[in-house]
Design a binder for this molecule. Structure first.
Ligand code: TYM
Length: 344
């Protein structure tokens, strides 16, 4: 496929908390599967990780960790651009410009904002938590992104991005490409093991809530074996909230092993919930084993990761600059170039 024909793709993960199999199944796995069809940028969105309080002592290390996980999972840095968001200042600049074209009511309607704000002391909810989807829109729109591979929880933010792009184009001229959301076929919303009615989240600190990508096989087994199920015994997919735990385990299994729902159900005929948990623990551990081995290699060589992040940021900066320039121009800002001409 030629460079021009490849779809421009952008996605990112916040370096907050420990990445979970939800992040892998919902996002990274699709990036890896389709990377050769894409002209992709995979960003470690560190500016997003400070919206709800963060630890300055660990932000840099977490940023490196997430970048190393991208590569360990199979993103080829020679093919795709891997970089840290704060290294390309155009993200923050466009974020501000778009903040000024986004009605506040659009942001107040975001379910993630409502959920996250409800978990915090109201007096401490930052403006950043409210404005964060505008920065996400800037991330995406800077690169004329056509498709954004994410999990289901980001769908609403993608719709907002489209609305912001359309509003800007209408007000200041057609600059932005309107991006499409790309959800995985299975596992778009992996649920918490301890509470299958809530999304598995890297910011949830409860023990046995999630399998983290860097958990050892013993931790993986413990979390999966303790997963909440129900009092039934039938190992089948179901939309019944009562059976959400079993449905979630089967979804994880199907996402990692493949096959149709019927194939997966046929495999578990006559088997118990205990058998299902053992099978899921095993397949998760087997999936993560090579990823963790590669992660250890990558992080053993600091220079390797530094070089990837430095060159990724250079490549991203080059792509972002003309878009930002057009936005400034269409919004009527005084061009720096004019001042340089005066000096000459
Ligand atoms: P974040 O860091 O919360 O999650 C990163 C990616 O993982 C997916 N994901 C899940 N998928 C399935 N099941 C789950 N339980 C699960 N948990 C997380 C998310 O959908 C996401 O794809 N705002 C974004 C980061 C971001 C971004 C962007 C994404 C910033 N700018 C531009 C795409 C494009 C976020 O907080 O993701």
């Amino acid at each position: 496929m030629t460079e021009q024909k490849r779809k421009r793709v952008f996605s990112g993960i916040q370096p907050s908390g420990d990445l979970t199999i939800g992040n892998y199944i919902g996002a990274i796995r699709q990036w890896v599967q389709h990377q050769h069809e894409f002209n992709a940028l995979y960003c470690v969105v560190d500016l997003h990780a400070i919206t709800a309080g963060h630890d300055p002592a660990s932000l840099a290390a977490k940023t490196r960790e997430v970048a190393a996980i991208y590569i360990a999972c199979g993103i080829d840095p020679a093919q795709s651009i891997i970089f840290a968001q704060s290294h390309v200042t155009a993200h923050a600049e466009l974020g501000w410009l778009l903040t000024c074209v986004t009605p506040i009511g659009w942001l107040q309607r975001m379910t993630q904002f409502k959920d996250k704000a409800a978990k915090q002391d109201a007096a401490n909810v930052s403006n950043g938590l409210l404005s964060y989807p505008v920065l996400m829109a800037a991330d995406i729109l800077l690169y004329h992104t056509e498709a954004v591979p994410v999990g289901d929880d980001q769908k609403q933010h993608l719709e907002l991005t489209r609305d912001i792009a359309q509003r800007f184009n209408h007000m200041y001229g057609e600059i932005f490409t309107i991006p499409e959301v790309m959800l995985p076929l299975e596992g778009a919303r992996v649920m918490g093991l301890d509470n299958p009615l809530t999304k598995m989240s890297k910011s949830e600190k409860t023990q046995y809530h999630a399998v983290h990508l860097l958990d050892n096989p013993d931790q993986i087994r413990k979390s999966v074996m303790r997963a909440v199920t129900d009092s039934g015994s039938l190992v089948t997919f179901s939309n019944d909230p009562e059976r959400a735990g079993v449905n979630n385990l089967l979804t994880i299994y199907q996402a990692l092993v493949g096959g149709t729902q019927a194939d997966v159900e046929a495999y578990f005929v006559g088997k118990s919930y205990g058998d299902l948990k053992k099978a899921v623990a095993e397949v998760v551990a087997e999936t993560l084993k090579p990823i963790q081995a590669r992660y250890a290699e990558i992080t053993a060589d600091e220079t390797y990761l530094n070089e990837i992040l430095a060159s990724g940021a250079d490549r991203a900066r080059e792509l972002a600059a003309p878009t930002l320039q057009s936005v400034y121009q269409n919004m009527g800002f005084l061009p720096v170039k004019q001042l340089q001409q005066v000096k000459l």
